[in-house]
Design a protein around this ligand. Structure first.
Ligand code: S3P
Length: 184
């Protein structure tokens, strides 16, 4: 634990589409770095006392986005912390550019096909895709809109067809090198 720590960054922020593995990869990265892991969706759930699905249904997406924005900005950049954001957080124009340079932002890339495939196997906790009549069409459209914003992340790591451990290694390598590279 802690042997992979980076001198260049003291905080890590994972962004990307649903099903890109932000939480799974983030947890493992925190373990490897000896840092704290924080999952934005879980924090929202703990503050509101409602699941993300229930929030969407009862309070609406606008209310969810407000809470997501506020809490995310409060949590991002905490020292020695890996923050796994929800798919919408890093998709806001200008948000990633506004973060301090000590925050290592990483876009975990996934194709709409792989994202929908991964999500299909999981519990129905993503109202945007699980509620859609054509999840693949929805994923393609959403990703097309969001990609230009995710693009602002310092590093881009493709996750499609890769094991979690490979993705973790790629992120750590970028963190140590500090050079902006895309995609890996
Ligand atoms: C969302 C992604 C979800 C969750 C909510 C909305 C999105 O998080 O925040 O369902 O807008 O892409 P994950 O990216 O962790 O699935």
């Amino acid at each position: 634990m802690g042997s992979d720590s980076s001198d260049l960054f003291d905080s890590l922020c994972l962004v990307g589409f649903m099903g890109s593995g932000k939480s799974t990869v983030g947890r493992l990265l925190a373990d490897r770095l000896g840092w704290v892991f924080v999952d934005l969706d879980r924090e929202i759930e703990s503050v509101t006392g409602k699941s993300v699905t229930r929030m969407f249904a009862e309070s609406g997406e606008v209310e969810f986005r407000k809470m997501e924005a506020e809490l995310g900005l409060k949590l991002v950049g905490r020292p020695r912390t890996v923050l796994a954001t929800g798919g919408g957080w890093g998709a806001v124009a200008g948000r990633l550019e506004s973060l301090h340079e000590s925050v290592c932002t990483v876009w975990l890339q996934v194709s709409p096909e792989v994202a929908v495939d991964r999500i299909r196997l999981q519990a129905p906790v993503r109202p945007l895709l699980h509620g859609a009549s054509d999840p693949l069409w929805e994923a393609r459209s959403l990703l097309a809109i969001r990609a230009p914003q995710y693009e602002a992340a310092r590093f881009h790591v493709d996750t499609s067809g890769r094991e979690v451990t490979e993705v973790v290694s790629a992120v750590l390598k970028h963190m140590r090198s500090g050079h902006r590279t895309r995609p890996s």
